[in-house]
Structures are given as C-alpha cells and as structure tokens.
Design a protein around this ligand. Structure first.
Ligand SMILES: Cc1ncc(COP(=O)(O)O)c(C=O)c1O
Length: 643
C-alpha cells in the first residue's frame, strides 16, 4: 500500500515508539512534532491519507505557543480536505472541547492497542476511499463471462468480433468494452434510475469526496444535470437569476421549466474577447430589484469558474443569495477538482451553495458525458421525490455502465491522488507560462489582463490550470495559430478568442506535451517573421455586446416565426438559440433582439469557421410581426428587470 500516515506528537521519545509500532504492522508513517512541520508535510506529500494527532500540538520548534482541538484540526482541513483525521490521545474521556466535527475517530493511548489503530486506518483507507464499488462489481460480472440473452444486441461483442465488415470496430475498442457494456437487466449492477446497491454506494462515496450531502451520477453531461436541477427547483412562473453568458443548457432548462429568466450581464473584456464573472453588485442589485418587483425568485445560477478560469468569491455571493432566501446552483462544469487542492478552495459545496453540477469528464478521468450533481440544500429531502422523477425524465433507461464506472474511478483517483496530481498541474502551468513568456510574440495573460474594471474589487481569482495566451503579436489570427498547431504540430488546443488561444493543463498533462507545445509556439513565432497583423486579431473589429431580451424565451421559442438571412435580421427577435461552439454559450437566446453588434459578431465567427448552432447557411428563425404582437398582448414582453 502506498498511502502514509502523518503521526503527530511533540514528545520525541513517544513519537519514535509509536512510529515503530505502526511501521512494524506494515503502515508507512511520516512524523511531525509541530504544526509547521506537519503543514509542510501535508503540502509536499500527496500520499498522506491519514493524520493521527494529539489533542494539542505546538506551533513550531520554539514550543511556546500551541494549538488544540477544533482550531488544530481546521489547520489541517484548510490544507487538505480529503485527509482523514484521527485523534490519538492520553485522555480517556473525550475532551470537553469542541472538535469542529472534522474528526473521523478516536484512540486512547492508555490502551496501547496499535492493532486496533491499524485495523481502523486500513478500513478507512481501503474500505472507503480506495474503493470503487461499482467498477469492482462491473469487473466481477464481466469476468464471469455469462452468456448474454439480453440487450445490448452486440451481446458482449459476439455480433461484431467475427464480422468480415466491422471486426475492426471490435478490435479497436477491445473485448473489455463490449464485455462491460451490458444491460440494465443485470441486478447486481444496480440501477441508475433507482439506486439501492453499488451505484448508491458509489454515489455516497462521491458525496463524501466532493463535500456534498448527496451526489447523483449523470450520464448525459452537465447539460442534462443543469436541466434536471432547474426543472426541480422552478415551477412555471417562478423567476431565476442567471448569468446571461451561462451555458446553453441553463437557457434550455429555463425554457423547459417555464420560468421567467432575469439575466445578469457579465463583465466583458473587449481587449481579449472574454466574458468574465457577473459583478457582485449586479447580482445583488438584480436580486433586490426582482424581489421588490414581487417576482418569485427561486434560483440564482452562476458558472464558476468561467471557461477562461476566472473564479468568483463564491462564498460571498452565496451568502447574499441566502440572505434573500434564494437557492444557489453553481455550474462547476470546469471546476470539479476544486475540492482536492487548497489552491482552488472553496468549491461550491464548501462555500455553502445548494447545488453544483460538474463535468467530471472535462477535468478528471471520467469518460465523456459523465457528470455529477452535488446537493447540499438543507431542504432537499422535501424535493427528493420530484428530483428523482425529473432525473428519470431526462435519463436514458439504458445508461452506459462503463461511463458510470468511470465516475466511480474518477472519484477514487481524486481522493487517492488528486492533491498530488493538482500540485503537479500547478507546477506544470508555471513552467509552461514561463517558457511561453520567454518567447517574443506570445504572452500568457494574467488575472489583471483578463478581468475588466467592473469586477476588480470582487476578489476574483485565476485558475492557473487554464492558460490564455495572447497571440496578437505573431501577426497570425488565433484561428491561424490554432490551425498551425493542429495541422503542423498535431496539437489540439481548447479554444480561441479573436486574439487568444487557451490551453488546459489537466491531470493528464505531461512534461513532454508541455515542451512539444512550447516548441510548436517557438516554431510559429519563427515562421511569423514579418507577418502583417491579421485583420482578425484587431480588437476594434469585434466588440462583445449583449442586446436586450424582448420576450420571455419560452414563448418566443414556441412561436411560429419565419426564416430569414442573417444580413436581413437587424432589430428582429430570435426564435431559437444561436450558439457558437465550443463552448456552447449562446450569443442569442429566444426572445432576444438581433442587434448590429450581434450580426457582426456572428459574421466574425463564420469568418473564423466556428461551428454555430442555430444558424443554417447564414439563415435563422425570427419572430414575425404577428408573433410579436401576440406575445405583447399575452403579456410576455420583458420590461423593467431585464432592460
Ligand atoms: C459552463 C458549462 N456548463 C455546462 C456545460 C455542459 O457540459 P457537458 O459537456 O458535460 O454536457 C459546458 C460545456 O462546455 C459548460 O461550459
């Protein structure tokens, strides 16, 4: 076993003895005699999974000041959430002080029962953290090699493995994928739609790992996770405050729920074409204005971190929403790992948010589409039945088992080695940043470059695992840089704006990949020579703007409309969502006025050959004059709050 215990005791003789006893029982031990030493070890050694500590420990070598109880345990918690803390003390009775609720167990030194300690520690690490109950059951079942008389039709691969036409499909994916792709009629593998066995157990372990009260696995991505939550929390006519720039699934969820959206305009950085967080004052003012107008405001939903890695002071925002009795959903599609490293603390659950949705597949080791919904809402018990009904409404009755297994494994990996992997990502990011900045024509943008003035006082942070690189000095457009990276250097980046490219340093990053990227950029810099600046990276040419939303999206969406050319659409109202992809943030939502800036922005995206959902051969659907008159008459015009 590769995990270690951190043993804390200020007494040098006793700690040596305790260390020997534990080591002789096969446990790897590192020791510390004060808080400073312990903190250093926790920061440096990702293999520490358990702390065995005295009630009171001196702060440093001087031995003059010490910390005890809840304060001591909290010191460790703010460094590493996933580490289990056991109290190991001379006091037979638990001290009459508060422990802060972060202790997982207690051992009395007077009993000298090292076997008990070792048994409990092993049980904690091996039987919960290091387990993947669903994956283990799936392995067990696949190894039994049962004859399949049920779906799927490939019957463990038999339909394809001897085919003269499609055997390559079987050979590429391999026998194990087919053996583990089995039907929901296998009871020992539990049911995602009504979990009572290994899926329930896996979800409970995930809840514990991600600091939630409940966790639910989603096999259709955070796109579906968002819709499930919005439909659960919003009844028709309820109001929701949403970042205008949130993912399209949030807009769809609002349409499905029949809720009235109140849009929050995000901060916009026109110099780099980046939408940032919504200013805190905008959020507070919008909540107050909506409540004063008598709206039934039920939910605030924000994206944290943003696609470009900008991180809200989320605890503060949650506090403001809760003061007003508004539930908070945080779309953490890009931030699922935040609970596993203090560099990113707090994640939404720790910040007190009610719900969070995470694309486990985007930033951790789960397969594509595998996401999680985390719940901390104290009122959830009264909603759980409805939630499960809606979960069932949106979830296939044949979820893919390898995908569920990948969620179980992604959680186990993050608990066991997430801290170490993330520390490495942060280091790699720093190295990559320095090497890119050593070039003349590329520059990694810092927080100050990325945020605009309206959020400068909002305590925004930057996630170092998302690097945005200014390419404007190369003379190439970002699209050209992207193509050069892909076609010439075999490197696929995450996204571009008109003058930046963004790369993600995920837990799968390696030194080799990092240096290959650096060499590719160096090569592009040399190629660029005296390249004249591309028209496409001139910030004057593109201006990120959001136009007003005239009608409630649900009712605009269900209007008949007519299809016209984008060039003829000035001041008309969109029926559908128009979404450049990736990342899937709509430029136009149903009911929104098509302004000159919107048309220009869409034309720019087309010049960039960006995939644009909702725009077909330059045509889009808009409301007719009759539609607009009817919507006006029916009272679906959005006035005051959204303008
Ligand atoms: C902020 C945000 N939320 C939700 C999603 C949807 O996630 P998924 O791809 O897991 O469906 C995305 C996808 O890019 C996103 O950027």
């Amino acid at each position: 076993m590769k995990y270690k215990i951190l043993l804390l005791n200020p007494d040098i003789k006793k700690i040596d003895l305790e260390c020997r006893e534990l080591t002789s029982r096969g446990i790897a031990v590192v020791t510390a005699r004060n808080v400073v030493e312990a903190s250093r070890l926790l920061r440096e050694d990702g293999l520490i999974h358990v702390i065995l500590t005295e009630w009171e420990i001196p702060v440093d070598n001087e031995n003059t000041v010490s910390i005890k109880g809840a304060e001591l345990f909290e010191k460790f918690r703010v460094l590493r959430h996933e580490v289990t803390i056991f109290l190991y003390t001379d006091q037979a009775n638990l001290p009459y002080f508060r422990t802060g609720g972060s202790l997982s167990g207690y051992f009395y030194k007077g009993e000298h029962d090292y076997d008990d300690i070792v048994r409990k520690i092993r049980s904690e690490v091996i039987n919960s953290k290091n387990r993947a109950p669903f994956f283990e059951k799936l392995l067990e079942y696949s190894r039994k090699s049962k004859d399949s008389w049920h779906t799927p039709g490939h019957a463990s691969g038999y339909s394809v493995k001897n085919s003269i036409w499609v055997r390559d499909f079987y050979e590429f994916f391999g026998a194990n994928l087919f053996r583990s792709d089995i039907s929901v009629s296998v009871p020992m593998l539990d049911s995602l739609l009504h979990p009572t066995g290994v899926i329930k157990e896996a979800q409970e372990l995930a809840a514990r790992a991600f600091s939630a009260r409940h966790t639910f696995f989603c096999t259709n991505g955070t796109s579906t996770a968002n819709k499930i939550l919005l439909q659960t929390l919003l009844a028709p006519g309820d109001a929701i405050l949403l970042d205008r720039n949130c993912h399209k699934s949030v807009h769809y969820g609002t349409i499905i729920a029949g809720a009235e959206p109140i849009y929050l305009t995000p901060s916009i950085n026109n110099a780099y074409g980046i939408f940032g967080p919504v200013p805190k004052q905008t959020i507070i003012a919008a909540m107050d204005k909506a409540l004063a107008a008598g709206k039934r405001v039920k939910v605030l939903i924000l994206t944290n971190c943003t696609y470009d890695g900008l991180i809200y002071d989320i605890a503060d925002v949650v506090k403001e929403a809760h003061k007003r009795k508004i539930k908070v959903i945080v779309d953490e599609a890009w931030y699922g790992y935040a609970t596993f490293h203090p560099h990113f603390f707090p994640c939404a659950m720790e910040a007190g948010a009610d719900y969070s949705t995470q694309s486990t597949h985007k930033t951790m080791s789960a397969f594509s589409q595998a996401s999680m919904i985390h719940v901390n809402d104290p009122d959830f018990e009264s909603l759980e039945e409805l939630f499960m009904e809606i979960f069932n409404m949106h979830t296939s009755t044949s979820p893919q088992y390898p995908m569920i297994a990948s969620l179980d494994i992604a959680r186990k990996q993050m608990v066991m080695e997430g801290y170490g992997l993330l520390s490495r990502c942060i280091e790699l990011s720093e190295t990559l940043k320095n090497s890119i900045n050593s070039l003349n024509k590329f520059r990694v943008l810092e927080l100050e470059d990325l945020i605009s003035d309206d959020v400068r006082n909002d305590n925004i942070k930057l996630d170092p695992t998302k690097l945005t690189i200014d390419v404007s000095r190369t003379g190439f457009s970002s699209r050209e840089v992207e193509h050069l990276l892909l076609d010439k250097h075999n490197i696929q980046i995450e996204k571009t704006t008109f003058n930046t490219v963004t790369v993600l340093i995920t837990i799968g990053a390696t030194h080799s990949k990092l240096n290959r990227l650096y060499l590719a950029l160096e090569n592009i810099e040399q190629m660029s020579g005296n390249q004249r600046p591309s028209k496409l990276n001139n910030s004057d040419d593109i201006f990120l703007a959001l136009s007003p939303i005239k009608f409630v999206p649900r009712f605009a969406f269900y209007s008949e409309g007519e299809t016209i050319q984008l060039s003829d659409a000035l001041n008309r109202v969109s029926v559908h969502m128009i979404t450049p992809y990736p990342p899937g943030i709509p430029l136009l939502v149903p009911g929104q006025i098509i302004s000159k800036e919107m048309i220009e922005a869409l034309n720019h995206y087309r010049d960039f050959q960006v995939e644009i959902h909702g725009l077909k051969q330059g045509r889009l659907k808009v409301l007719t004059a009759a539609d607009e008159a009817r919507l006006e008459l029916d009272g679906y015009r959005l006035h005051d709050i959204n303008e």
